[in-house]
Every structure is written in C-alpha cells, then in structure tokens.
Ligand binder design. Structure first.
Ligand SMILES: [Mn+2]
Length: 328
C-alpha cells in the first residue's frame, strides 16, 4: 500500500530530490544515487536531483565511478520539491537535513526498527527486510522501471552490503529473489569488478587486521577491542578506518563482539555492537544508540570507565540470553 502511494506521488511530482544518510554505506547509495538513476531513466522530463556529500562518496566509493552531475547544493530547494530519504528515519542523520526539511512533500522508507523522528507525508517502514535497497527496488518495480546493467548493479550493491552477501538475511528468500532478477541485467565483467572492489584488502586493512587480532580480548563470551587514539596514530589511520568489528565475529565461545573507537578530535567514542543473536540494540539504546538486533551502534563521551561498564552489561545480558535459549 505504501509502495503504491510512493509511486503515485513520484509520478505526480515535477521536482524530486533524493538524500542519503551521513557516513553513507552501500545501502544508502542504492537508495539515493541508485534510485535517482532508475527514476531518471523512467522519467527523463522530470527534474530529479540529489544532495550528496561529494568528497566522502568519492573517497569511499571510488570503484562505483559515481557521476555527480545531478547533485544540487540544496539552497534551491523549497516547497515545490518532493524529498526522498531511504535507509534512515532520523532527521539528524540525513546529510543536508536542513534542505530536506524545506521540501514540500517528504517520503521516507526505512528498514530499521527505530521510530521516525520527523514529520513525513509517507513513511514506509519494513524492518523485516535486510536492506532498504529492497524497498527502493519495490518502488522502482511499481513504477515499471526497466533495469540496465548500470542501475541494476547499484540496486544489487545495497542488497549485498546490508545482507553481507546474503549471509545475514538467512532464510529470507526476497534478497536472493530480487538479486536473481537484477543479475539478469548485469554484465559479468561489471559484477566481477564490484566483487573485487567490495572484497579488496589494502596494506592499511591488513595492518588493522593484524592489530585487531593481536589485541582483542575475549571475556565471558564477549569479544571486544578498544581502539585508542594512540594506537590509531601508531598505525597512521583515522578512527573511521577502525570500524570493522566483524574482524572478531563469531569466535568460538563468544556471543557478542564490540569495538570502541576513540574519535579524539570530535571528542567521542563510537561503539559498534554485533552478536550472533543477543539483542544488542537493547544495550545500545541504554547508551543513547540503536540499530538492529544483531548489529547496533552508539556514541558516548570519551570515558573508558564507561566502556568497561558497557562490556559488563553485555556480558550480563549475554549470560541471561544464553540461559534463556539454553546455549550455555
Ligand atoms: Mn540499510
């Protein structure tokens, strides 16, 4: 029903502007740039633009060769525009949120469980989906978008990112079903390039792996690592480079794994929580964060005593969880 409403509004709108969330990931790219490409191919006469964090996207998604020709600064946005944000329902997490707020009609679609914290005209939420790019696909399908190799690969990219190449979506057949449709349109060499890029390891990556494996701790079922500023300096890396908590995923006798990453300049610690079942979003929430049951995040002030409390809390919750589920 929401999909039909969104399609109808897109058809009616003369000017559409898409947004991505801050620190965009593959799913966010699919829902903004990918959907933009699909909509432009279907509606060549409409004005369709996006607000993009150009420098960040250029650096992080080099391999996508994003063309930024449809990017607008946002200043020209007013009530005559329809704004679309996918993969996020938190106003502060929209890149260019002040411009999003100026749009006359707001469409939001998201696969997170979080409550939306702004007024949207249409809010299409489905937390059973492993990626919001699947929602973007449903919207495009409703509009009869024809896929070619370029926009199909952008759609697939989000699905691969958020499902971990279909690992996290378990027996949900929809990501694979949609991927199988998209694959019919994708050139083999392009997919080969995408897979290589998504799995590429740099020397920096290897240094991060080496440090992680040498320094993580595992206690009472919780694996964790504290990425302090001095260690980042030694490895000549930025805090955002450290956000790879799955380097310590699924170690035998562990049920949850956490990275605490110090952002010295910005004066906070970013926390990445992951688990093999424990609802870590409940723990993240207690410390001002949120996310999915098995993948959540939070941000706290730089306070290493508090990180110890978070580890203890996770150990405690894991013990309860394991007992309840007869895992110990
Ligand atoms: Mn997502």
């Amino acid at each position: 029903m929401k999909i039909k409403l969104i399609a109808k509004k897109i058809k009616e709108s003369k000017k559409i502007v898409l947004f991505h969330h801050i620190m965009a990931d593959g799913d966010s790219i699919s829902c903004s740039y990918g959907l933009l490409k699909s909509l432009k191919s279907k509606f060549p006469k409409k004005i369709i633009k996006w607000v993009a964090e150009i420098d960040f996207l250029k650096e992080r998604f080099k391999f996508l060769n994003i063309d930024f020709k449809d990017v607008i600064s946002g200043k020209e946005i007013d009530k005559t525009w329809t704004g679309i944000i996918g993969d996020n329902a938190i106003l502060e997490r929209i890149y260019g949120s002040e411009f999003f707020q100026k749009t006359g009609y707001k469409i939001c679609f998201d696969h997170h469980k979080n409550k939306i914290n702004f007024k949207a005209n249409i809010f299409y939420q489905d937390s059973t989906l492993g990626a919001s790019s699947i929602q973007a696909y449903y919207i495009a399908k409703e509009l009869n978008v024809k896929y070619n190799s370029k926009n199909a690969i952008l759609a697939l990219f989000g699905i691969l990112t958020d499902t971990g190449f279909f690992k996290y979506s378990l027996n949900d057949y929809r990501p694979l079903e949609i991927a199988s449709q998209l694959l019919k349109k994708i050139e083999n060499n392009e997919l080969d390039e995408l897979y290589k890029s998504m799995n590429k390891k740099t020397q920096k990556d290897l240094n991060i792996q080496k440090f992680t494996l040498n320094n993580y701790k595992l206690k009472n079922g919780v694996a964790y690592l504290k990425w302090k500023h001095k260690d980042q300096q030694k490895l000549n890396i930025k805090p955002e480079d450290c956000a790879k908590v799955n380097l310590i995923s699924n170690i035998e006798n562990s049920g949850a794994w956490i990275f605490f990453i110090e952002y010295k300049e910005k004066n906070f610690i970013r926390i990445e929580f992951r688990s093999s079942g424990l609802p870590v979003n409940e723990i993240a929430k207690k410390f001002g964060g949120g996310g999915h049951q098995r993948a959540s995040g939070a941000k706290i002030n730089i306070d290493w005593n508090l990180t110890n409390k978070i580890i203890e809390e996770t150990q405690k919750q894991l013990k309860i969880y394991n007992k309840k589920n007869k895992l110990d």
